[in-house]
Design a protein around this ligand. Structure first.
Ligand code: SAH
Ligand code: SF4
Length: 418
């Protein structure tokens, strides 16, 4: 979401005649777009701001902070970094153009409804794969999470404007779109009431975009119709990011996740029945307050049972303003680290096993970059998001790749000649 917001701000500025700089040392304006899901981001921000202030003491420099940390910690930033010129919150990044005309400016307004900004100028990371935001914010209030506070309540984008953006991307010959939102599966078209399953079907039917992805899905909101639509339209990639966070029902309840682990496993089994080659990925938090060894073992059991394609794992980080912040953060940091390393090693083994099964198979790959370590190779992804190093090839193309080698994090292969 943050990357996409940055692309939107960059697009607005470029259409106003601003030019991108290589880095902060050569820039006249620096915009720091921030995330605050975990504590670390805040400290990183202040150390970067200190560096920018060092530059500002020697020459003219406009410093702007946007995003979640700006939204949540405006007073702290004002106090610790009074040299910051402009601050914008998560709902007001699109005001960047007017903000830049002022010497000091801040705006943290929340909006109840979707604010449509022109999509044509968005500065995309490349010309073949694009993010398309379909909703923002969250109403779920998981007890550990700041997102409902930093991004505000759920706001859904009208499907008519989503489809218009996709049509525009199609005309530009984009090959892949990624529908974005905090919980995309709670999507409801504010105009027609259409849900995510119907939106996906509409896009799959009406557009020539070849790969359609969506993330993130919330297990309590996921309708099995989404899986049925995925099975019907292969261009909706068989990949779902659907975090379970913890395997213990006691912890899930303390987290206010809105499902039991049995319900989660049942949902996953149903999805697998409908879409047998589904690649599931998850987020996991270890060391939530009150998490015992036994609770943690339940998380391990789920990881072993489902064998996720990918896992993003985090140590619980107490966030001021959330409900869990009031609970004692009573799992020692060493134990959190131990648990994190344990599941990361386990996941590595699972990924290696899964990836080895792909050796000898031919898989469709969309190449994204030249390999920085080897200019004779391109780097792309299969439908699951798994990285593939390809011998030769051009960037931004689909290839049928014969998989020749596998590691836990990536595959290697060569272009299959017809
Ligand atoms: N809406 C998505 C997740 C968005 S936040 C969902 O509910 O699945 C991305 C991930 O950051 C979460 O899935 C969670 O694993 C992690 N996260 C959020 N708050 C956290 C915290 N306080 N400490 C550690 N990890 C956190
Ligand atoms: Fe945060 Fe929960 Fe909302 Fe995800 S569903 S963004 S974890 S509050």
């Amino acid at each position: 979401m943050n990357v996409n917001d940055s692309e939107k701000m960059a697009g607005i500025l470029i259409s106003e005649g601003y030019k991108p700089a290589d880095d902060e040392n050569s820039a006249d304006i620096v915009i720091v777009n921030t995330c605050s899901v975990r504590e670390k981001a805040k400290e990183k921000l202040f150390s970067f701001l200190g560096k920018l202030n060092g530059i500002k003491e020697k020459r003219e420099l406009k410093i702007i902070v946007t995003g979640c940390v700006s939204q949540l910690l405006k007073d702290k930033i004002r106090k610790r970094a009074p040299y910051v010129d402009i601050m914008l919150g998560t709902n007001s990044y699109f005001k960047i153009k007017d903000a830049l005309k002022k010497t000091k400016f801040s705006d943290f307004q929340f909006y109840k409804n979707w604010i449509e900004i022109p999509f044509e100028p968005i500065l995309r990371k490349n010309d073949f794969s694009a993010y398309v935001s379909i909703m923002e914010g969250c109403d779920s209030f998981c007890t550990y999470c700041v997102v409902p506070f930093s991004r505000g309540r759920e706001k859904f984008r009208p499907s008519s404007s989503i489809l218009k953006e996709i049509r525009f991307l199609e005309e530009q010959e984009f090959k892949e779109v990624q529908l974005l939102g905090q919980n995309v599966d709670s999507y409801r078209d504010p105009e027609t009431g259409m849900d995510l399953a119907s939106l996906l079907e509409k896009i799959a039917k009406s557009s020539s975009i070849q790969w359609i992805r969506f993330l993130t899905s919330h297990p309590a909101k996921f309708s099995i119709r989404i899986a049925e639509i995925m099975a019907k339209y292969p261009k909706i990639l068989h990949s779902i990011h659907i975090p379970f966070q913890a395997g213990s029902n006691k912890i899930l309840e303390l987290m206010n996740r809105g499902y039991s682990i049995e319900k989660y496993l049942d949902l996953v089994n149903k999805i697998k029945e409908i879409v047998p080659d589904i690649a599931l990925s998850t987020d996991v938090i270890v060391g939530f307050p009150g998490e015992t060894d036994k609770d943690f073992q339940y998380t391990v059991d789920v990881l072993k049972e489902i064998e996720f394609e990918n896992m993003f794992s985090f140590k619980y980080s107490p966030r001021p303003g959330t409900k869990a912040y009031l609970l004692e953060d009573n799992v020692p940091d060493e134990v959190k680290t131990e648990r994190l390393i344990y599941i990361q090693n386990l996941q590595k083994e699972i990924q290696l096993k899964n990836n080895l099964k792909r050796v000898g198979k031919v898989m469709k790959v969309l190449t994204e970059n030249i390999n920085k370590k080897n200019p004779n190779e391109t780097v792309g992804r299969i439908y699951t998001g798994r990285i593939v190093n390809v011998k030769g090839g051009k960037v931004g193309e689909f290839y049928d790749i014969l998989i020749e080698e596998a590691g836990p994090h990536n595959l290697k292969g060569s272009i299959k000649e017809d």
